[in-house]
Design a protein around this ligand. Structure first.
Ligand SMILES: Cc1cc2nc3c(=O)[nH]c(=O)nc-3n(C[C@H](O)[C@H](O)[C@H](O)COP(=O)(O)OP(=O)(O)OC[C@H]3O[C@@H](n4cnc5c(N)ncnc54)[C@H](O)[C@@H]3O)c2cc1C
Length: 596
């Protein structure tokens, strides 16, 4: 079989999860094939919030500056504002730094926001475009956009997966290797004859990165667990999504600019995000079930009518695209793996977008799975390491969907009455109460260092526990802690260099304080085991105080695997962290690299 049809990893789906996984694997030289039914990146009606931890992972790949430079102009406010109508009375506001301020402010923040990166407000399509460019630049990553995964089967010996893929577009020279086309995908059903036949791909691992309606998950028969169909006045039920241009919008709105405007009134709840700081916005509105608003069939004129309700008066818009979606899911797949097939991102979990956690959780799935697949394929770790993907990521998906649901309950069950817009003392009192409530809510949903930095893998067999208690899990508070299992505490060195920038791309052994113990045993054992471990010494006492131990082992996904006071147990620590069963040295999967 042609080598191009025998990648180590086939990734079906080039959304944020699949793209990030391709980047993680490609950076490690892993031969992978990334396919997607689409020929272009996502449109604007999806994620618009990149959390700080996701930005730290983009920084690890060297992409954070490029991503932060895109989206809103550097000085555009990123406030979240609540109004009776977008053009009505202001009820509440959470002021947040602009992209330019975020770059500077992060260096002087401490406590909960002690970080290498702050969040960034950017449409998912820009992030996907950067990830796509990066994936394309990596020699071991091949792309076939406009190709669909049809099915797959494990080979009889259990050593590989055989998958069938077929083109969804007539072949053009740019499709598989050139820049993403701006033309929409076309399928066989459109009547276009396929220019290439279906192909059979033999891979060592298949990853279902194919989104909410995942074919991979369905073919594996994996069910969702959790809650769906929750009804709320807002963020629970059918929603209208409108991508629009409105040149006159900023001048028409009296209040100072936001990144997100939320309309809170008895007639039409909705929100709107600024995309380019000029005239491009995405608008989402709750549809009313009792009115039987069948928005699936709506045209631009109905979108204009709903938009006008949210604004409070007529303001002409150009509708660029129109769609519907359902809010009210908090679902997690019962399994993230079946043999050599994995799922991640929306294929494995479905969120209500409050808190903006769906795509961010997808990125962290990819970060977790990426180094593990690479370590197994490179023969550094045994196949058992891959069991830890579900062990570590499923609880995180359950945690994050629960947080998103809590935020949705908080804003969606708030009752917006007609009195809220009344010119009367009663109306004034109602607005004061709404203001108090929504100001508190905004801080609950949008100031979430605990959610973004506080995810932990305490139940993982890879984590070498030291008996210290993990900090409490709180959405709005992050307590920096080097208790193994969580994100390493961050520090700006010399006021401008991130501690994380000193970490190795793979494993790091921090030697902290003025007199760290001898750690050569770690390096010796790591070399014997084929682990790429870099010693990094930081004599600063403040770092020793922060980590509460002079030796700290950091995983490739920037998680504390172990900390301690000496290197006596170096071999056991490394073996556990890489997934080797204690007491055995049987490690790499047979014929890991050579056998194909
Ligand atoms: C209105 C809205 C607002 C949102 N806001 C936020 C937010 O602010 N923050 C946040 O974190 N998240 C948000 N999300 C969620 C976010 O968009 C998703 O969680 C994210 O896109 C998931 O990424 P993914 O790669 O797992 O899946 P997707 O982005 O869905 O990508 C899946 C890819 O697989 C491809 N595919 C499907 N089937 C096949 C097949 N058989 N073969 C090949 N390819 C296939 C698809 O074409 C698609 O490109 C929002 C979602 C919505 C709907």
């Amino acid at each position: 079989m042609d080598a191009a049809l025998r990648p180590d990893v086939l990734i079906a789906g080039a959304g944020p999860f699949g793209l990030m996984l391709a980047c993680e694997l490609g950076r490690r030289g892993i031969d992978c094939l990334l396919i997607d039914t689409r020929t272009r990146v996502a449109d604007a009606a999806q994620a618009n919030a990149t959390q700080a931890r996701t930005m730290e992972h983009f920084r690890r790949l060297g992409l954070a500056d490029e991503i932060r430079a895109q989206g809103l102009p550097p000085d555009h406010p990123t406030d979240i504002g609540y109004f009776t109508r977008f053009g009505g009375r202001e009820l509440a506001r959470l002021a947040l730094p602009t992209a330019r301020q975020a770059r500077e402010n992060v260096k002087s923040l401490g406590g909960s926001w002690s970080a290498a990166e702050l969040p960034h407000r950017i449409s998912q399509r820009h992030v996907e475009a950067v990830l796509l460019r990066h994936a394309r630049s990596l020699p071991s990553v091949r792309l076939r956009l406009g190709w669909r995964l049809d099915g797959f089967i494990d080979d009889e010996a259990g050593q590989s997966v055989s998958a069938s893929i077929s083109p969804t577009t007539p072949v053009g020279p740019a499709r598989s290797t050139g820049p993403a086309s701006s033309a929409g995908p076309r399928s066989h059903e459109d009547g276009a004859p396929p220019a290439e036949p279906a192909l059979r791909i033999r891979c060592r691992f298949l990853v279902g990165a194919d989104g909410a309606r995942s074919r991979v998950r369905n073919l594996l028969g994996i069910q969702h667990q959790g809650i769906s169909g929750v009804r709320r006045d807002f963020m629970g039920g059918r929603m209208l999504a409108v991508h629009l241009r409105a040149a006159g919008l900023y001048p028409a709105l009296a209040h100072s600019r936001c990144w997100m405007w939320v309309a809170v009134n008895a007639e039409r709840r909705g929100f709107m995000c600024a995309l380019d700081g000029d005239a491009e916005f995405v608008f989402h509105a709750a549809l009313q079930a009792e009115e039987e608003e069948a928005a699936e069939h709506w045209t631009a004129s109905e979108a204009q009518r709903i938009f006008d309700q949210a604004v409070g008066r007529h303001l002409p818009i150009d509708v660029l695209s129109l769609g519907t979606w359902t809010a009210g899911h908090a679902l997690v797949a019962s399994r993230f793996r079946e043999g050599r097939v994995f799922i991640g991102g929306d294929a494995a979990h479905l969120f209500t977008p409050t808190g903006g956690l769906g795509y961010n959780t997808a990125v962290e799935d990819a970060v977790n799975l990426g180094w593990k697949l690479a370590a197994v394929l490179q023969g550094v770790a045994p196949p058992a390491l891959l069991d830890s993907y579900e062990v570590e990521r499923k609880p995180l998906a359950e945690r994050n969907t629960a947080y998103a649901r809590r935020f949705a309950d908080s804003v969606g069950h708030f009752k917006a009455t007609e009195r809220l817009e009344e010119d009367s003392a009663a109306g004034e009192a109602e607005r004061k109460a709404a203001s108090d409530y929504l100001n508190a809510h905004a801080r609950l949903e949008f100031n979430i260092p605990g959610v973004t930095f506080g995810g932990r893998y305490d139940g993982s067999p890879l984590i070498v526990k030291d008996g210290s208690p993990p900090p409490p899990d709180d959405a709005n508070v992050y307590v920096p802690s080097a208790t193994p299992g969580g994100r390493p505490p961050h520090l700006w060195l010399d006021g401008h260099r991130s501690l994380y920038d000193s970490f190795n791309f793979e494993w790091t052994l921090l030697a902290l304080g003025p007199n760290p113990p001898d750690a050569t045993a770690f390096l010796r054992h790591a070399a014997q085991m084929g682990i790429d471990l870099k010693p990094v010494a930081h004599p600063l006492q403040v770092l020793l105080d922060l980590y509460e131990a002079p030796l700290v082992l950091i995983r490739p996904d920037q998680i504390v695997a172990w900390r301690g006071f000496g290197a006596e147990a170096a071999h056991q620590v490394l073996a556990q962290a890489i997934g080797r069963v204690p007491g055995t040295e049987a490690g790499a999967e047979p014929g890991a690299e050579a056998g194909r």
